[in-house]
Design a binder for this molecule. Structure first.
Ligand code: ATP
Length: 304
């Protein structure tokens, strides 16, 4: 796996407002990376630094061996802003071909490239239509296709699913998941849970400071494992009844109806044990996560 992005001690001040504070990370080629954090955390600032739109106050940033904004990165890194719009006057294929021409492709090459990227996002059949004829989710997929023109190695999507209903948001996530061999995606979102299943590497920004988290975490090669159990309803004495199981070393309620359980590994898989326990107790469960949820890793890891 090769390193695509290497940031060391990135700091950005707007006047005396500290937007990024000594941020260091590496992004490897491969699975999508999530950049999450609440409003004002510094996500847009980091995106803008990666694109070379602004310069850091301190620190270094290397992208595929080049400085951000370098002409050597032309066609290798693309960024799709949250509010990317399509022109309602022209067909989808026409617009995408135009962007191909802006990247230096010939007329014929750009038309073929438009069809290629539309196929990648599953929309080749709407090539001749205009954006007004498409659903919100389809338009978003077209703009993701636009970001793939010229086969960039890195594609940054800012709030790719903002404003989409759950079905269209899921379609967009599936498109990104399916295209992971095509490019390395960096997706920003203020919604932690949205990117949890899609991305194995999470950069979490808060007030300009960065923490990193693996999403499919912590259950390998250790003596202890964790399971997060979300029950459908409130039941009495859940913590005590889980704690009574022989394998369980700790348990706490992370939020309403959700329990994080630390257990000692034995020959019997603990997920089977806990599901049998739910059955015996008459508890209905909504979700069982092997490990901590991302939300718990970020906000509540100190509790276990
Ligand atoms: N041009 C600017 N001048 C002064 N302060 C700025 C500027 N741009 C951003 N900031 C401040 O820097 C901090 C980080 O802002 P940034 O836009 O990077 O956060 P964000 O995580 O993208 O937020 P959001 O999710 O709301 O878009 C915020 O406190 C913001 O007010």
């Amino acid at each position: 796996m090769s390193t695509l992005i290497h940031a060391t001690g990135l700091t950005k001040l707007y006047g005396n407002k500290l937007a990024l504070d000594q941020v260091s990370f590496e992004i490897q080629q491969g699975a999508p990376v999530a950049l999450v954090g609440p409003n004002g955390a510094g996500k847009t600032t980091l995106f803008s630094l990666l694109c070379g739109y602004i310069l850091p106050t301190k620190g270094t940033l290397n992208i595929i061996g080049h400085n951000p904004g370098s002409s050597d990165l032309f066609g290798k890194l693309s960024a799709l802003p949250q509010d990317a719009q399509l022109d309602p006057r022209f067909s989808i294929a026409h617009q995408l071909a135009f962007y191909g021409q802006l990247q230096g492709l010939s007329n014929k090459q750009s038309q073929a490239e438009a069809i290629r990227v539309l196929e990648l996002v599953g929309l080749a059949d709407v090539a001749k239509q205009r954006s007004d004829d498409l659903s919100h989710g389809m338009r978003k997929r077209v703009t993701i296709g636009q970001a793939l023109i010229g086969k960039p190695q890195i594609v940054m999507l800012d709030e790719a699913t903002a404003g989409l209903d759950p079905i269209h948001a899921r379609e967009v996530r599936e498109v990104v998941a399916n295209l992971s061999s095509e490019a390395t995606f960096i997706l920003s979102s203020h919604d932690l849970t949205e990117l949890e299943r899609l991305c194995s590497h999470v950069l979490h920004l808060d007030k300009g400071k960065l923490t990193e988290h693996p999403t499919h975490s912590d259950n390998n090669e250790l003596e202890f494992g964790f399971i997060t159990l979300l029950l459908s309803e409130h039941y009495p004495d859940v913590e005590a009844k889980i704690h009574a199981l022989a394998q369980v070393s700790k348990v706490y309620m992370s939020q309403a109806k959700e329990y994080v359980i630390e257990y000692q590994k034995t020959a019997t898989p603990f997920d089977i044990v806990i599901l049998q326990h739910c059955y015996q107790q008459g508890w209905r469960y909504r979700q069982l996560v092997n490990g901590h949820t991302l939300e718990n890793q970020i906000f509540k890891q100190e509790q276990v």
